[in-house]
Design a protein around this ligand. Structure first.
Ligand SMILES: [Zn+2]
Length: 443
């Protein structure tokens, strides 16, 4: 006999209720699971020189890291979507010549003084996520710089340690007795995650002592580079001797397009050509860095060099109170000048991302590889009428200029010029947030 089984109406009702209960419990989890990324950057023109990416791509970010760079990542998988259509998406820019040891000590200049700048106020609005302070502190003053600026900044701040123990404090830079290779190397080794090399600057004597002591410190610290702001003696010292006899491959010649009386230039003013030994030096591995600065960049050097295809290895600003309010202005204006002189966009981006990362031996930076920290710049090429000048007053006109639309540092949006990110909160919640913020703040 076949036993008929059926569910009584009451039992059936309880079963449905149980199913609904379970569904209500798992549905939000399922939805949460579907949103597997914090941010997706959609439809931007991605230029990632390290990985040879140059095309329209999406980038997925989660927990501060880049998860994926691919075509058509489903936007529904993200909590927040950034619309980058028509914009450039690059690794966060790296400026390897900046001055950030700002402070209030009178007459201290770039060493805890008022000529240096707090990084966060000037980096993110320019797509810069990493700066390397160029010798503002020395081995004796570095701990103060670290405590008051490096540890307190959202920008990643690395440093070249000045070979002068005191750092970049006006007349102190002429004191050869304070150029201690051993102490400098010891401090660099102690802070090896932050100190990337040594700096020589502003020395006016006719000796090679500062360069040689810095190179010695570089060797003792395990083979890290030296950046030289070279030449202050009259008559000038030979840069051929500097490149071929004193520096090692990987050492950095900053202010490479400078044209000052006490310095030998890289472009011969008679022939208007890059001197042959300069090309040899670049082949040998000497790094040519822009370090634009107040008076350390002249179009009369840069235009002929770029015209014959001699590109700087890295583009950097030498930003400080003087340069930012003069011809230099900022990182993107400096990059725009190289575009205007005819350097192609990909080379300009490479010289501002992957090349500087390699120069400072931090190859985890300056690229968009999956697994990297999500430091990203989203840039707009603005069209219009622009004048770009140098400190001598020479001006070139251009119709293109780079502008920062958004900067992402370690997976967080730290600058958004035109609100291209979709809001994380619905409008009603946003309004509540605004009134809460008003209640808790006085300004
Ligand atoms: Zn400088």
């Amino acid at each position: 006999m076949i036993k008929k089984t059926f569910i009584k109406p009451l039992k059936f009702f309880i079963l449905i209720k149980k199913i609904l209960f379970l569904f209500s419990f798992f549905l939000p989890l399922a939805l949460l699971h579907a949103q597997s990324y914090a941010i997706i950057i959609k439809d931007g023109h991605v230029i990632d020189p390290k990985n040879n990416v140059d095309g329209i791509m999406d980038i997925a970010i989660n927990e501060g890291k880049i998860v994926q760079v691919a075509k058509n990542i489903n936007a529904k998988q993200a909590i927040q979507v950034v619309n980058a259509k028509g914009l450039l998406v690059t690794p966060g820019l790296i400026d390897i010549h900046s001055h950030n040891f700002f402070g209030t000590e009178p007459d201290h200049q770039y060493e805890n003084g008022n000529l240096a700048l707090p990084p966060d106020g000037f980096t993110f609005r320019n797509g810069v996520t990493t700066v390397v302070d160029a010798g503002s502190s020395g081995w004796r003053t570095f701990p103060t710089f670290k405590a008051q600026t490096i540890d307190e900044s959202k920008t990643r701040v690395l440093a070249f340690l000045n070979i002068v123990g005191e750092g970049m404090r006006g007349g102190y830079e002429q004191n050869a007795n304070d150029m201690d290779s051993k102490m400098s190397a010891l401090v660099a080794k102690r802070y090896k995650d932050i100190i990337v090399g040594f700096k020589v600057a502003h020395y006016e004597g006719p000796e090679w002592t500062p360069v040689d002591r810095a190179v010695e410190a570089g060797k003792q610290a395990g083979g890290i580079p030296v950046m030289v702001d070279f030449g202050g003696s009259d008559p000038p010292l030979s840069i051929e001797e500097l490149f071929m006899k004193h520096l090692r491959p990987g050492d950095i010649f900053t202010h490479c397009f400078g044209q000052l009386g006490t310095r030998e230039y890289i472009v011969d003013l008679q022939t208007n050509k890059v001197k042959p030994f300069v090309r040899e030096a670049q082949k040998r591995g000497i790094v040519f860095d822009v370090g634009y600065g107040g008076i350390s960049f002249a179009f009369s050097q840069a235009i002929p060099a770029v015209k014959e295809g001699f590109y700087p290895n890295s583009i950097s600003t030498d930003i400080h109170v003087g340069s930012m309010n003069n011809a230099m202005k900022d990182m993107l204006t400096t990059m725009s000048k190289f575009l205007a002189m005819g350097m192609d966009l990909k080379s300009v981006i490479t010289a501002s991302t992957w090349n500087p990362a390699r120069e400072i031996k931090h190859e985890e930076l300056g690229n968009l590889s999956a697994g990297s920290e999500a430091d990203i710049a989203i840039l707009n090429i603005r069209e219009g009428k622009f004048g770009l000048f140098d400190y001598t007053g020479y001006k070139i006109e251009t119709n293109k200029k780079l502008e920062c639309e958004m900067t992402i540092r370690s997976g967080k949006i730290v600058y958004d010029l035109n609100g291209i990110a979709s809001p994380v909160v619905p409008p009603a919640k946003a309004a509540a947030n605004a009134s809460d913020a008003q209640k808790s703040k006085t300004h």
